[in-house]
Design a binder for this molecule. Sequence first.
Ligand code: FES
Length: 605
Amino acid sequence: MSQRVDLRFNDRPVRVPLGVTLFDAASWNGIAIDSTCGGHGTCKKCRIRFKSEPPAPTSLDLRAFTEQEIEDGWRLACRTPATVEADVEVPPLTTRPKAATVGVGRQVILRPAVRKRYLELTEPTLADQVTDLERILAELTDLSPRPDLAVLRSLGTTLRQADFKVTAVVADETLIAVEPGDTTGRAFGLAFDLGTTTVVATLLDLTTGTPVAVESMLNKQQPFGADVIARISATMLDPAARDKLQALAQETLAELSSAVCKAGDVLPEEVYEVALAGNATMVHLVLGIDAESLGVAPFIMSTRLLPEVRAVDLGVPAHPQARAVVFPAFGAYVGGDITAGLLASGMDRDSRIRLFIDIGTNCEIALGGREWLLATAAPAGPAFEGASIRCGMRAADGAIEAVAIAEDGDLKLTVIGDTEPGGLCGSGLVDAVAALAEAGIIDASGRFVPTEEVTGAPLADRLAMVGKERVFVLHWSADRDPAASIYLSQRDIRELQFAKAAIATGWRILLEEAGLTTDDVKQVLLAGSFGSYLSPKSAIRIGLVPDVGSRRIIAAGNVAGEGAKMVLLSIRDRAAALALLDEVKYVELSDRSNFNDRFLTQLGF
Ligand code: FES
């Protein structure tokens, strides 16, 4: 893990990576410091006072403060690295920084990598032979960008056609464009959550931090299989499949980009940066990188960190020089979507021990707080997506999403879209099994209790046979034929048991690794859309999550997409996402000798 330093800002303790500036350290922890230059050392507004021993003043400090102020411990936060423990006073703001609420209630102070400056340049003369580029760079001393060759190609013409009144566009220290006139009010970014099933795009206004438009659609790779293993297998079986999968992922991103740009009335050329969070397989495939080694032991990625990627490499229509920030992955099965999720949920900044669970076919789990973080992946299988369940379906119109026992003892079903039920989705499945366990219709091992033991009991009349299998009818068909009704079979319950046991074994092993028990967990964050529908009470009842009390089980929403937005809005959060790679320890479950025994003990309710 990277080295950390303990600081106190206005008496609030925080722990930050060694060497970051106090300006960044405060911002990462949601403490705003005055600034108009964004931490570049030019505005002299980021005044802080050391209550503990101050560091030696820099030459800039000597220019910004009086001798007495230096003596009193005043320094510029953006010029002061965190090297030793310090106690610091941050004065109240005199200017209001632009900030946006992103992630799980996170305040992100706007400091996008994309910055625009309007310049009115003096025209060259025979006596003033400064080159076009130098003329621009001289005005951008605080940004000191390096030029992109593509900008140079049209620079001369652009400057002269615009009477030397232009806007310089800098992205992450590169001058990526020089535009005629003043375009400073228009700068956009695109944040993608590239899921195996669903892909979400958010168009962000980088000048205000507000989302302009959001669109989602199914990943066009679907015909190649529902999960990552099916898609990796496709590339093993057919050499042409890799190109096809890349093309389909890129088509999905391109279609979504066009849709959000149209909805937001934004031109693709006004999108200067793209961020993408996806699992390791999705990232490999969309970039056309061989994914075969992700599908077979020992499950090795081509790389955790990617070289520079541009929007064009993802097939995204945007400014021709737009860069893409692709989240790094921890491992083949704890991908960049989880890096983004941990960033958005602030797992690395909270003093409490929290558990982060992203439930899907592959379930990613992280445990820890600001001192340490552990992560692992558990193969949950498709039960939560309704795929291996007899009457299962995706969470779409007609899916039973919640099941409860009403006061009269009968079942109460909630159906998505308020229509006639057509099947059972993951959250309904968890509820149904929790309700049956509660009502004593299934025993602790998950087996339906013998009919004679429940005859006359509430709900017992819903037990029926479909072929040779015992089932529990959730919704009767008009003719009360069990086979035509929506039911839960013994095999369905087994499927759910396997899925929940895999997940529960995962977080229990992480707790053990950390030397903790469930009592130490202060909050459970359920990431992804499934987490939003899941009833905390039912999740606790079946043992899917530790019993921390339902109020401490929080639906965190689409944290991967939120993380993607954060790195577009703040270069500090971009650095924090990278730092997570060193801070999180990956725990492999499959090589644990006692994994199977642990798994078996987690099957019951
Ligand atoms: S933030 Fe402007 S000088 Fe420090």
